[in-house]
Design a protein around this ligand. Structure first.
Ligand SMILES: C[C@@](CO)(OP(=O)(O)O)[C@H](O)COP(=O)(O)OP(=O)(O)OC[C@H]1O[C@@H](n2ccc(N)nc2=O)[C@H](O)[C@@H]1O
Ligand SMILES: Nc1ncnc2c1ncn2[C@@H]1O[C@H](COP(=O)(O)OP(=O)(O)O)[C@@H](O)[C@H]1O
Length: 286
């Protein structure tokens, strides 16, 4: 009963992000190419027999009831038919609110792990559907393959973008997703492409126009990074990824960054590290 299982909860990048239109409910139609990073929060889960969900490590600035880890666990609670509980701890390394999808990733890791640990036997499609109500990026982390996504990000076609090294830099600003989507400056009519036209070189992140206009520090950092290598914003920002030909190149560019810029170097991967670890968890559970 007291075994602790540990799973990675990775970041994602939007290698491009096109806004194709606005739906009557105000949400935006998007086309995006998702890839995972081999850079993750670490979530540890210990089964208990007290029928309770316990978060052992609160996250600064996130109330327990709002924490996507707790919300994901509570969503599965009514579906179990035993007295098992769970004790959850997280080692948070992913910057929050930077477009790296850490909260959605945490939620997906919990859905995937509890499906095994609580023996729920739900298919991935069901977990992805449940997860969508927690965040638009939860389904991609539940499915676990790099993908071209449409709709609000829930219709997924597997893709295989190059698994290159990235430098990810976080400007010192906080940008709300809602603010970006409500901006009059957001381009909203990028022509739809087909899943056969995924070349990232000729694509863009439409949200970059808004963020670089309203946050000069992001514009400045992006301009600096573009001098070294192809660079783009992920999600609604403000993190910027720089595509590098090697880990060494990424580290060399990182060394040039101003001291106030948080950054990390990671490899793009087309299978989520959570899913590789889940196979081991399943074997250990027998
Ligand atoms: C655009 C992406 C790309 O990955 O950005 P990041 O959050 O990763 O930066 C995500 O799909 C974001 O998903 P998520 O973070 O779950 O967004 P939500 O909380 O649902 O949305 C916050 C607000 O943004 C607006 N919104 C969001 C998604 C969308 N397709 N159209 C919208 O107009 C809505 O006003 C919504 O109230
Ligand atoms: N477990 C969690 N990890 C990160 N953020 C969380 C979590 N639970 C709730 N949140 C909230 O979700 C917001 C968005 O976080 P995150 O997913 O990291 O960024 P983004 O949506 O920009 O990729 C955070 O600012 C935080 O308030």
């Amino acid at each position: 009963m007291n075994t602790t299982y540990t799973l990675p909860s990775p970041a994602k990048l939007n290698l491009f992000l096109h806004v194709n239109g606005r739906r009557p409910d105000g949400y935006h139609e998007l086309q995006t190419l998702f890839q995972f990073l081999d850079y993750s929060d670490t979530i540890s889960l210990t089964l208990t027999d007290d029928n309770k969900i316990t978060l052992a490590t609160p996250i600064d600035g996130v109330a327990e009831a709002d924490n996507l880890i707790v919300r994901a666990a509570k969503m599965l609670e009514p579906l179990k038919s035993n007295n098992l509980g769970i004790n959850i701890a997280i080692n948070k390394v992913l910057p929050m609110g930077g477009g790296l999808g850490g909260g959605s990733s945490n939620a997906a890791t919990i859905l995937l792990a509890l499906n095994e640990l609580w023996q729920l036997k739900l298919p991935l499609e069901k977990l992805a559907e449940l997860g969508l109500s927690l965040g638009a990026d939860v389904p991609i982390f539940v499915r676990g393959f790099a993908a071209f996504a449409e709709g609000v990000g829930e219709q997924l076609v597997p893709a295989e973008p190059a698994e290159c090294w990235y430098l990810v830099s976080k400007p010192e600003v906080h940008i709300s997703t809602q603010e970006v989507f409500q901006s009059d400056d957001l381009p909203r009519n990028t022509k739809k492409i087909s899943a056969f036209e995924l070349n990232t070189d000729h694509r863009q992140n439409d949200c970059e126009v808004v963020v670089t206009k309203h946050y000069p520090e992001v514009a400045k950092l992006l301009a600096t990074l573009l001098e070294y290598a192809p660079s783009r914003m992920t999600g609604t920002g403000a993190c910027i990824f720089t595509a590098c030909t090697s880990e060494q190149e990424a580290c060399d560019i990182q060394a040039q960054l101003p001291n106030n810029i948080e950054s990390f170097v990671a490899k793009g991967v087309n299978q989520s590290p959570t899913h590789s670890a889940l196979e081991t968890l399943r074997k250990n559970l027998g």
